[in-house]
Design a protein around this ligand. Structure first.
Ligand SMILES: [Zn+2]
Length: 76
């Protein structure tokens, strides 16, 4: 009976139960779900113009990747 899975809440990062019991999944609570949806509606998230199928974990802090990319091209 260890089929229950826990995932990180996309909004606050807390572990939440990923099962039919958690009606707010993948979020941990109604609050996180509403907040997250609200941010989407506000355009707070940086979303690509073209909607893509694979909605990955909100990668909002991807600014560092650009820096590492620059460093890599300098080395080459
Ligand atoms: Zn949460």
């Amino acid at each position: 009976m260890t089929s229950k899975r826990e995932i990180k809440c996309p909004h606050c990062g807390l572990l939440s139960l990923y099962s039919p019991e958690n009606i707010y999944r993948p979020f941990c609570s109604e609050r996180c779900r509403l907040i997250d949806l609200g941010q989407w509606a506000d355009g707070t998230y940086r979303v690509p113009l073209k909607p893509q199928d694979g909605y990955q974990d909100a990668d909002v802090e991807g600014a560092d990747d650009e820096n590492s990319d620059l460093q890599r091209s300098e080395e080459e």
